[in-house]
Design a protein around this ligand. Structure first.
Ligand SMILES: *[C@@H]1O[C@H](CO)[C@@H](O)[C@H](O)[C@H]1NC(C)=O
Ligand SMILES: *[C@@H]1O[C@H](CO)[C@@H](O)[C@H](O)[C@H]1NC(C)=O
Ligand SMILES: *[C@@H]1O[C@H](CO)[C@@H](O)[C@H](O)[C@H]1NC(C)=O
Ligand SMILES: *[C@@H]1O[C@H](CO)[C@@H](O)[C@H](O)[C@H]1NC(C)=O
Ligand SMILES: *[C@@H]1O[C@H](CO)[C@@H](O)[C@H](O)[C@H]1NC(C)=O
Ligand SMILES: *[C@@H]1O[C@H](CO)[C@@H](O)[C@H](O)[C@H]1NC(C)=O
Ligand SMILES: *[C@@H]1O[C@H](CO)[C@@H](O)[C@H](O)[C@H]1NC(C)=O
Length: 488
């Protein structure tokens, strides 16, 4: 029985000896060590271990003194290196001893902390607490450093006793030093403390995977129509430092084909489980014959490797009516109308309602036909491939001596070839139609006009208003299937 107790005592004793800790400090800074156990009911005394001399409480001019649980060095000097013992006196007169070792390191030019002066690593999501600062009353952090360089930038949020890194990644791993000042009886002391930060949520690349398109996909297109090709790839966990998703046309980067029919738009996002995706959409303003022979390759690169998917285009079998647009829009193009309302209507209001809300596709000069294109033939092709003709009737359009080219062609198509239906939008009160071209008067006699109400510019009419209902009544049915299936 006694032997057993003795063994426990021995092992407890060994454990204490082994865990005797070393504390590293910078020369000339404030420093304090803490006796490991403390409660208000115990009394603590500090000793120089070797000489067994008690260390008194603070006196005038003392650099080293005890204060309850703490042993203070204000400031440290090299002679303070050595062993210290704190003795805990319990109320039942028993005592407990802890040995501690202090090592004071001289300041070296160009080294912001000796490698020994490190507090426990911080492995976390971005909050790095300044080590030991809570031992110093009213301490003020002057500066944070990472690998000895001052921390600055919007990603760092400095609080009273910690710094917070938003969205930390591998690149944030390193040595973080906080430097703060401590004022004791009017004397200012520096303190610095360093710890390693290892971000918990590291980005890790995965073998990049192209979700769309599938390699060797053949995409059906219509000549003259615009096309958007989306390439979406999964690149890893968390935001990747290297993440390229881009399109090549016949092995030439779209980026180098500036001012061409090709434009790229890229966005990235995180999905479930912090999976990092990036997608780049290649916008082609108008499909030309040469595109049918080209290879469109999506190239994806991350830290691990690269991968690609190539698609080609083929003509859509001409089922349905071979039209691309639901309506071609004719409006007065000279900018003389005083409040710019017609432009606003054509470029904003009408696309918003007919395209975004109703799903029609419009052809608008200046938007879908660019100045500089071979205008005459472009206009003619577009009109031929539109199911409807929308004409905005304004005084300006009526008073124009020579009808605009597209108006001329369009009415020819509509009336002579009886190919395209016309929708007349009376945007301003016309009154008498006397001055109108005979062809327009003919159409008005047949079907009338749809009249835009007056309070227009300020409050665009909602899509369910009478006006738009009326317009939609004259628009073609939306043949969704003709866009997605190959019924030919
Ligand atoms: C503390 O150190 C002294 C001197 O090395 C040693 O005699 C003593 O046993 C140690 N005490 C403890 C609790 O480790
Ligand atoms: C502790 O020691 C003091 C002084 O030696 C004595 O007066 C007191 O009775 C002791 N207390 C206990 C709980 O042994
Ligand atoms: C702290 O991080 C450093 C660098 O990654 C590592 O070498 C060391 O083992 C870590 N220490 C602990 C106690 O985890
Ligand atoms: C700490 O700061 C507060 C406010 O600045 C001051 O009122 C207080 O006296 C300071 N305490 C010490 C111990 O310096
Ligand atoms: C504290 O550090 C600053 C900046 O390194 C220095 O200018 C200043 O003299 C130091 N103060 C003391 C009391 O050592
Ligand atoms: C397109 O890719 C195919 C298959 O890799 C290749 O045989 C062909 O030469 C490529 N065409 C062009 C124009 O690069
Ligand atoms: C483009 O690259 C592919 C694969 O590297 C190759 O097969 C093809 O011949 C290249 N085409 C041109 C036009 O260089």
């Amino acid at each position: 029985m006694m032997g057993h107790v003795h063994l426990i005592f021995l092992s407890a004793f060994l454990l204490v000896s082994v865990t005797s800790e070393t504390f590293d400090a910078m020369e000339g800074e404030a420093f304090t060590i803490k006796c490991p156990r403390w409660s208000p009911s115990v009394k603590i005394t500090w000793y120089h271990t070797v000489t067994n001399k008690m260390i008194p409480t603070e006196e005038e001019g003392s650099q080293i003194f005890s204060l309850n649980q703490f042993l203070w060095f204000l400031p440290t000097s090299r002679e303070h290196s050595g062993d210290y013992t704190c003795v805990i006196h319990f109320s039942n007169n028993s005592t407990k001893l802890y040995n501690m070792s202090v090592q004071v390191h001289p300041y070296k030019q160009g080294v912001c902390f000796p490698s020994q002066i490190r507090y426990p690593n911080d492995t976390g999501r971005g909050k790095i607490v300044c080590p030991t600062i809570d031992n110093y009353k009213n301490a003020t952090i002057i500066q944070w450093y990472k690998n000895c360089k001052p921390l600055q930038g919007e990603r760092y949020f400095m609080a009273e006793n910690y710094v917070y890194i938003s969205n930390p990644g591998k690149e944030d791993d390193g040595y973080y030093t906080c430097r703060f000042t401590y004022i004791h009886k009017g004397n200012v002391f520096n303190v610095s403390a360093t710890r390693i930060f290892i971000s918990k949520v590291k980005h890790s690349p995965i073998r990049p995977q192209i979700l769309v398109p599938k390699d060797k996909d053949v995409i059906e297109v219509e000549l003259g129509a615009p096309l958007s090709l989306k390439c979406q790839a999964r690149l890893g966990i968390k935001k990747q430092p290297l993440a390229v998703v881009t399109w090549d046309v016949d092995n030439i980067s779209v980026k180098s084909l500036e001012f061409s029919r090709f434009h790229e738009k890229t966005r990235s996002f995180e999905g479930r489980h912090q999976e990092y995706y990036k997608e780049t959409t290649l916008h082609i303003s108008e499909i030309k014959n040469e595109d049918l022979q080209a290879n469109f390759t999506c190239v994806v690169v991350n830290e691990m490797c690269n991968t690609r998917a190539t698609v080609t285009l083929k003509l859509k079998a001409q089922c349905e009516d071979g039209k691309i647009y639901d309506a071609y829009v004719i409006y007065p193009k000279t900018h003389t109308n005083e409040d710019g309302f017609v432009e606003h209507f054509v470029y904003q209001v009408m696309p918003d309602i007919l395209e975004n809300k109703c799903g029609y596709k419009l052809c608008i000069y200046g938007r879908d036909i660019y100045p500089g294109e071979d205008t005459a033939s472009a206009i003619e092709k577009r009109i031929q491939r539109s199911r409807r003709l929308i004409i905005l009737l304004t005084h300006q359009l009526i008073n124009c001596k020579e009808p605009a080219y597209d108006q001329h062609i369009a009415l020819y198509n509509a009336l002579i070839q009886n190919d395209t239906k016309v929708i007349l939008l009376e945007m301003e009160k016309i009154g008498s139609y006397e001055k109108l071209q005979e062809s327009l008067r003919f159409i008005i006699r047949q079907q009338g006009t749809i009249k835009w109400k007056e309070q227009r510019a300020v409050h665009p009419q909602p899509s369910n208003s009478k006006f738009w209902k009326h317009v939609r009544y004259h628009m073609p049915l939306i043949l969704k299937s003709s866009y997605s299936t190959n019924a030919g």
